[in-house]
Ligand binder design. Sequence first.
Ligand SMILES: [Fe+2]
Length: 200
Amino acid sequence: MTQRLAALLEEIKRTHASSAALAAFCPFADDLIDIPLAPRNLPCAEYMYQNAAFRDAEHPLARAFYNAGPDAHWRETYRNTDIGTDFMDRFGCYCAVGEGGAWKSAKMASYVVTMPPKLHYPWHHHPAEEMYLVLAGEATFLRDGEAAEQLGVGDSSFHASNQPHAMTTGDAPVMAYVVWRNNLGIKPVLTPDHMLRDAQ
Ligand SMILES: [Fe+2]
């Protein structure tokens, strides 16, 4: 494991312990196994590196995800969907714990996601329960059946199993730590409009 990944792991553990919302949702896994990682860079990683707000973020986990970026296997979560290359190039994601991550666990998966200003992450859903913790910047979180909410650093957003959710950035970028529990093996899918209770 590289020093940058080791530093990332320490900050992830600290964050699971220090964020009350995250500690209640998912204590950090006690069954972690190290996985050798082949780094993979993607255009979306450049959008993270270009945002000084992430490099200089106050939250130590934001800086740790930024620093470990070159060692990460960046993901194309929505490859082979009709989400479009513009979104794919600007929506950044890499796995910490789980498939494609530096560690695996039977109990949880976790990721970092980054979005530059003025990007909309369309409605999607998955069977895993999910919590977002905002590490840098801010975004409007949309959850089907609930009021939209503007969230900033330290705020969290819970998404129930298969509850459609979406996210939009305004003038600021956003970086969030994303944790899954239960049904870890099933990928997110885009939500068709007819499945939304409050289509927007
Ligand atoms: Fe999600």
